[in-house]
Design a binder for this molecule. Structure first.
Ligand code: NAP
Length: 178
């Protein structure tokens, strides 16, 4: 199974303000109404695994945006909102066991979302692909995309797209050597 991160961050590496707000991202000028390749990316994954705090942000959106199964990583939630039955479920436990269970359910490409969630995957070297879209602004603080690691992780640069509004999207593949 491939675990894939696809996320937007400020130049200084934050994915949300400290209070969780995304105004700097959703309100960033986008005169051409680009989706930055998100629909195409979503079409290529089998499911989404997100942290509980990301789930809570998405619950505040006008409508549930995912057509693919969503797994919410949480040690505190008992279940998802009743309206999401059949669309989302809560999972917890050691990541490798969780991933083995998802693989048994036929999931081959998993979109991993949420800062602390991504960090916990990286700490166990479980990220195979990483796409980061950098916005040209410094937030000065907030929820970080990356955190401490036990050891350095090497990636191979697989491509970069520069959008007219200054967003730079780069894709990296985990290089585990041979
Ligand atoms: N810029 C972007 O593209 C982007 C993308 C996604 C999210 N966001 C934003 O980022 C913020 C959320 O990110 P975040 O870093 O604060 O949190 P997060 O990763 O979404 O959620 C953290 C929570 O997930 C659960 N969790 C994470 N790793 C776990 C593990 N290994 N085992 C068990 N549970 C685990 C825990 O929930 P419990 O406490 O319930 O155990 C933890 O408190 C939101 O504001 C969201 O809107 C931005």
């Amino acid at each position: 199974m491939r675990n894939i991160v696809y996320i937007a961050a400020s130049l200084d590496g934050f994915i949300a303000r400290q209070d969780g707000s995304l105004d700097w991202l959703t309100g960033f000028p986008n005169p051409e109404n680009l989706d930055y390749g998100f629909a195409e990316f979503m079409a290529g994954v089998d499911a989404v695994l997100m942290g509980r705090l990301t789930y809570e942000t998405v619950l505040g959106f006008e409508a549930w945006p995912y057509a693919k199964p969503v797994f919410v990583l949480s040690g505190t939630l008992k279940g998802v909102a009743p309206a999401l039955a059949g669309k989302a479920e809560v999972v917890c436990g050691p990541l490798r066991d969780l991933l083995a269970g998802l693989e048994r359910r036929g999931i081959k490409r998993l979109y991993v979302d949420g800062g602390r969630t991504v960090q916990s995957f990286l700490r166990e070297d479980l990220v195979d692909e990483l796409t980061v879209s950098r916005l040209p602004l410094l937030l000065g603080g907030g929820r970080p995309l990356f955190g401490p690691l036990g050891a350095a992780l090497a990636f191979t640069h697989a491509g970069t797209e520069v959008y007219p509004n200054g967003i730079i999207k780069s894709r990296y593949l985990r290089n585990r050597g041979s």
